[in-house]
Design a protein. Structure first.
Length: 190
């Protein structure tokens, strides 16, 4: 069974919306405003590219990343790995041609079936709504969280507000950096 890893830049109050400057959000670009850049705090991002064997995205994140990431040197490893997009509306004609093999999945059942295939870890970037649904369905195995020392208030959250049984997490890696960022890696306890 493949491991499904959710990776996120997240504010202390749980917001994951528009960390890189995506338009339409009041605090867009919050990851690089007023926070000193320390390369060591982002080492996990390079490691994720080395360890992942596939990427999973929701439609909105795919449509945001696919015009930009294929040509970015920082994301070169992702260009060649298989990508899976969970969407009920995306068509094959909507996929970009320069970002490698991309498969559209239509449901959480399709994601569960993908997890049953042979291969290494699958990394989820962005995709707030998809993360919420996957978490609620018990499909996420690990969280890589870079927690920023910010309170953003309104915005898309990584976790849903669904009333459900408690889900225990085990902290397996952590670090605190001089700029206030915290790296927290949690395994979901089953």
């Amino acid at each position: 069974m493949r491991t499904l890893i959710s990776t996120a830049f997240i504010s202390l109050d749980g917001v994951v919306e528009a960390p890189g400057g995506e338009p339409g959000y009041r605090n867009s670009g919050w990851t690089f405003k007023n926070i000193e850049f320390l390369p060591e705090a982002f080492d996990i991002k390079g490691r994720e590219q080395q360890e992942a064997s596939a990427m999973l995205l929701g439609r909105v994140s795919y449509e945001s990343f696919s015009p930009v990431w294929p040509d970015m040197e920082d994301f070169a490893e992702y260009k060649v790995m298989p990508k899976y997009v969970v969407s009920t509306t995306l068509a094959e004609d909507d996929l970009v041609a320069n970002w490698g093999e991309t498969t559209i999945l239509r449901s959480l059942d399709d994601v569960a079936a993908l997890k049953e295939t042979e291969g290494g870890p699958i990394i989820i970037h962005g995709s707030a709504s998809l993360n919420q649904h996957l978490s609620d369905a018990g499909l996420i195995d690990r969280y890589h969280l870079l927690v920023f020392p910010l309170l953003l208030g309104a915005g898309k959250r990584l976790f849903s507000g669904t009333d459900k049984d408690a889900q225990k997490l085990q902290l397996v890696e952590h670090a605190v950096y001089a700029n206030g960022l915290q790296k927290n890696v949690f395994d979901v306890v089953r």
